[in-house]
Design a protein around this ligand. Structure first.
Ligand code: SF4
Length: 326
C-alpha cells in the first residue's frame, strides 16, 4: 500500500539576482529529499534556519512547484489537475505567523466560513454552525466567534488558523513552526491541542520545527536536514536519545543539556551555515564538521542503514553501518 504523503527525490532551486549584473545565482534550497508519511503518523523535519525545511513544506502543498522530483498523495502525483484538487481537500497547511495569515477585517467565524466557501465543502446554510463548531473544537468559545483576529492572543490566533485548516476535514496537516511565535505557556497549550486533535480526528502531521518539545510530543519519525540535504532519518525517539550523524549530534545533543530553558533546535555549531547559492562540495557539512576526513570534501555521502536509522555520512561506510541503499 502507498504511503499517505510522499516526497520523491524533491528538488527546489530558486534563481536570485547575482552580484554581477544580468547574471543570476541558483539557491539550492532543497536538493534531493525523499520521505514518506503513513496514515496517522507524524514526521518532524528539523535543521537550522536555511536548511530548506520551510521550502519542503511549501512544496508539499504546492505553494512552490518543485524544480524536480514529485510529491505524491496515496501514490498519485499532485502535479496533475486532479492531484491538486485532491491535495486542496486532503492536505492543509498551518503557517508560522498566525496573526499575519488571518484576514484582519474578518471575524474568526467569517475566516472559517470563507475557507468552507472557497473549498466548497459545505452548504451555505450550514456554514455558520460548522464554523462555530470548528472553532469550538480548537478551544474558541462560540461567544468569541465574532471577534476580529487582533482581539485574540497569539495562542488563540494559532487556534483559529488550525480551525481554518481543519475546515475541509483534511487527512494531513503541514505545520510550519506552529509554536515559534508564542511564549512558553502558550506553546504548551498549542502542543496539547495538536496532540488531542491528532488523536480525536486521526490526523497525520508533517511538522517543521525548531522546538524539541514539539518533536518529543508529536513526532513518530524524524528527518534531520542540513543545507537542503538529508543527514539522518528514522524513529524520532531513537534519534532524540542517540543521534549518530555529527550534525544531528550537535543539533540535538545541545538541547538535551540539563538546562530546561535550552530546547531550541538551532544548532550551536561554530561558524555560519554556508550560502545555499554555493553549497560546499562533497558532504555539505564538511567545513563545520568536527569529524571531517579527507574524503568528505570530495565525495558526497550515500545513505547508510544503521539499525533503524538512515545516515548520510562517510563515517558509517567503513563497517559501522550495514551498507548503502542507493
Ligand atoms: Fe562529517 Fe564527513 Fe560525515 Fe560529513 S561525511 S558529517 S564531513 S564525517
Amino acid at each position: 500500500m502507498s504511503p499517505l504523503l510522499e516526497a520523491v527525490n524533491l528538488v527546489k532551486h530558486f534563481q536570485v539576482k547575482g552580484d554581477v549584473p544580468f547574471l543570476s545565482k541558483t539557491v539550492h534550497a532543497v536538493d534531493g529529499i525523499s520521505f514518506s508519511i503513513e496514515p496517522d503518523r507524524s514526521l518532524g523535519i528539523v535543521g537550522e534556519s536555511g536548511s530548506g525545511k520551510t521550502t519542503i513544506a511549501r512544496c508539499l502543498v504546492r505553494l512552490y512547484k518543485p524544480t524536480a522530483g514529485d510529491v505524491c498523495l496515496e501514490g498519485k502525483s499532485i502535479s496533475t489537475r486532479a492531484g491538486i484538487r485532491q491535495l486542496r481537500k486532503r492536505v492543509q497547511m498551518v503557517f508560522q505567523d498566525p496573526g499575519g495569515s488571518l484576514n484582519p477585517k474578518f471575524s474568526a467565524e467569517r475566516i472559517i466560513r470563507e475557507s468552507l466557501l472557497h473549498l466548497r465543502v459545505a452548504k451555505r446554510r450550514e456554514m455558520r454552525s460548522m464554523a462555530v463548531e470548528l472553532l469550538r473544537q480548537v478551544g474558541i468559545q462560540p461567544s468569541d466567534s465574532k471577534k476580529l483576529p487582533h482581539q485574540f492572543s497569539g495562542g488563540q490566533q494559532q487556534r483559529i488558523a488550525v480551525a481554518r485548516a481543519l475546515a475541509p476535514r483534511p487527512d494531513v496537516l503541514i505545520l510550519d513552526e506552529p509554536t515559534s511565535a508564542l511564549d512558553l505557556s502558550l506553546q504548551a497549550q498549542i502542543i496539547g491541542m495538536l496532540v488531542a486533535l491528532r488523536k480525536d480526528l486521526g490526523l497525520t502531521y508533517a511538522l517543521i520545527t525548531h522546538d524539541l518539545a514539539v518533536v518529543r510530543q508529536l513526532c513518530d519519525q524524524l528527518l534531520v536536514m542540513y543545507l537542503g540535504k538529508p543527514v539522518e532519518s528514522g524513529p524520532a525517539p531513537l534519534i532524540l536519545s542517540g543521534p549518530q550523524h555529527p550534525y544531528s549530534k550537535a543539533l540535538i545533543g545541545s538541547v538535551l543539556r540539563p538546562d530546561p530553558e535550552t530546547r531550541d533546535l538551532e544548532a550551536p555549531l561554530h561558524g555560519e551555515i554556508p550560502s545555499p547559492t554555493a553549497p560546499p562540495s562533497g558532504c555539505r557539512f564538511h567545513p563545520r564538521c568536527p569529524e571531517c576526513m579527507p574524503i568528505c570534501s570530495v565525495e558526497e555521502p550515500i545513505p547508510w542503514q544503521v539499525g533503524e536509522a538512515t545516515i548520510w555520512c562517510h563515517l558509517f561506510s567503513d563497517g559501522h553501518g550495514t551498507g548503502g541503499d542507493e
